[in-house]
Design a protein around this ligand. Structure first.
Ligand code: LMR
Length: 397
């Protein structure tokens, strides 16, 4: 029965991570998978996380199942982080959050819920987007359509092209928006553009679904949530799929959240009961540890202050590496202008490198980037910068 199954293609991001691991060249550089690395090239456990884990180790008394939706303290803390502590929605009874295994888990819960309990049949994702968006929504039986997002000549967000593409969307279609630090381009809408998008999506009766995996890695925790909070002011229905992989460094703890906003408390409660049924049929109830860490930190002023400081250092290091990258390319004689990289947000940059150039970088120089040309700025260090820039200049000559 299994003999006739063809092998699946390698995942464009996780497959690359496997290739990188098996590469024995000592000077290899990983700009592929979106994982933060510090100045020494390591992915550390945050001090705030270690401290929370110590507390949990001492106070945990049971490994009993969590409820289907997970910890209430985690849900509340997540809502406050997403929407801001003063947001009237927090007390509206129209907002529900479920703890999920990572942001991917949240997206799959959203996709299954939409496919099974709404009339939605089509989801619009940006072109380009995180490749797994296509897999997740298709796996739930939804049609995946794309809207233009990026203008390669100017390296900017092309809102006119996005709205033109979405003109053909039908009421009830879902539009996936990246809350901040757009993956892979690193280019986000301005506040005015968020406003335009919000009005357009409302006029067309589309459902906004925010994939929010990088809060705090762009301009700041509140600044990065501007788009979402603006939508929350006027949209009576939306979904947020958020992740703590990056901003808490909890990659392997699979810590995410699914949040749903409905028009009335009754509609929200009924819809969320179906979300819980979706979860029960999928993974039953979420793993505890990552969410317990996040809830402990977000609900403790001392730990929260330490975490916010650590996150600031992450953000500043990425910004420093962006500047150093652009400057080193220039100093080493790059003929192309890479200054647009300084205008992008978060971990990623859409470098403009072609698939062939990316392959040469990997094969000849042990430098790993995603085939689309996406590079992870957080994989750069002052130490690997010279070699990286020299190699890029060689392959782009
Ligand atoms: C990425 O985009 O590199 C990360 O979100 C990791 C992943 O799961 O793809």
């Amino acid at each position: 029965m299994f003999e006739s199954i063809p092998a699946a293609p390698a995942d464009p991001i996780l497959g690359l991570a496997d290739l990188y691991k098996s590469d024995l060249r000592p000077n290899k550089i990983n700009l592929g998978i979106g994982v933060y690395k510090d100045e020494t090239g390591l992915t550390p456990v945050m001090i705030s996380v270690k401290k929370a884990e110590q507390q949990l180790l001492e106070t945990e008394t049971s490994k009993n199942y969590l409820s289907i939706e997970g910890y209430a303290s985690y849900a509340q803390a997540s809502q406050r982080l997403l929407l801001g502590t003063e947001n009237p929605l927090l007390d509206s009874q129209c907002l529900y959050t479920a703890q999920t295994p990572g942001g991917t888990g949240a997206l799959r819960v959203a996709a299954d819920f939409l496919a099974q309990h709404t009339t939605t049949r089509r989801v619009w994702v940006s072109n380009p987007t995180w490749p797994n968006h296509h897999n997740i929504f298709a796996a739930s039986g939804l049609e995946v359509a794309t809207y233009t997002y990026y203008q390669p000549e100017t390296h900017t967000f092309d809102i006119a092209a996005m709205l033109a593409a979405l003109e053909s969307a039908k009421a009830g279609d879902v539009v996936v928006l990246h809350g901040c630090c757009h993956n892979p381009t690193g280019i986000d809408p301005t506040p005015e553009q968020w406003q335009q998008l919000s009005a357009f999506i409302q006029r067309k009766s589309l459902l906004p679904l925010f994939d929010f995996a990088y809060q705090g890695l762009g301009q700041g925790l509140d600044e990065d949530a501007q788009g979402l909070r603006l939508f929350a002011e006027s949209h009576q229905e939306f979904i947020v799929c958020s992740s703590y992989s990056k901003n808490f460094g909890l990659y392997n703890e699979r810590t995410g959240a699914f949040t749903l906003r409905a028009a009335t408390p009754q509609a929200a409660s009924d819809a969320f009961s179906q979300v819980k049924a979706v979860i029960r049929a999928n993974y039953s109830n979420p793993p505890s540890h990552g969410a317990a860490v996040v809830a402990t930190i977000l609900n403790d002023q001392t730990l929260r202050t330490i975490w916010e400081q650590e996150l600031l250092e992450v953000r500043q290091r990425i910004q420093r590496m962006r500047q150093l990258f652009v400057q080193t390319l220039q100093e080493k004689g790059a003929t192309q202008d890479f200054s647009f990289i300084n205008r992008q947000n978060g971990m990623f940059s859409f470098s403009g490198l072609t698939k062939e150039q990316v392959t040469r970088l990997r094969e000849e120089f042990a430098i790993y980037a995603v085939a689309s040309g996406r590079i992870n700025i957080a994989g750069m260090t002052p130490e690997n910068m010279s070699r990286l820039c020299e190699s890029i200049i060689t392959v782009t000559r």
